[in-house]
Ligand binder design. Structure first.
Ligand code: FES
Length: 148
């Protein structure tokens, strides 16, 4: 390693990601583009309960729409299987304007929706199968009357 103090044994993720250890001191070596990529971006998602109550929350990219509801204690999405696409209790009706903007359902989600309460062939989705990205900013989902 050469001169200076030895590199620390333990670095926080942030330090390790944006800096480099050279000659006993941290050097900022990360480009603006990399820093921007590392920022946790959020999408605003509106969850509408069956009774009309709206919950507008910011959900971090990388989480699922189900996890956004769970982490914000939003009622109406039970997610009994924890996101394994094995229960259908995270069922919602996607707002009509968003149906075409979401990634298509895969076969497993399509099959599991058969077990959901009053599924709508066009608008029903399992929120555990929808990953949050910047493209979902403004998404609106409506909860069914009940989850089964
Ligand atoms: S949480 Fe079980 S299918 Fe989505």
């Amino acid at each position: 390693m050469g001169q200076g103090a030895p590199a620390p044994d333990c670095r926080s993720f942030t330090q390790a990601a944006v800096s480099d250890w050279r000659g006993g001191r941290w050097l900022a070596t990360t480009s603006d583009a990399t820093r921007k990529r590392m920022q946790l971006t959020m999408a605003k998602i509106t969850y509408v309960e069956h009774n009309g109550a709206e919950h507008v929350v910011e959900v971090a990219n990388g989480l699922t729409v189900m996890e956004g509801a769970r982490d914000n204690n939003i009622p109406g999405i039970e997610a009994d299987c924890g996101g394994a696409c094995a229960c259908s209790t995270c069922h919602v009706y996607v707002d009509a304007g968003w149906v075409e903007k979401l990634p298509a359902k895969d076969d497993m989600e399509e099959d599991m929706l058969d077990f959901a309460y009053e599924p709508d062939p066009a608008r029903s989705r399992l929120t555990c199968q929808i990953k949050v990205t910047d493209d979902l900013n403004g998404l609106v989902v409506h909860m069914p009357e009940k989850q089964i």
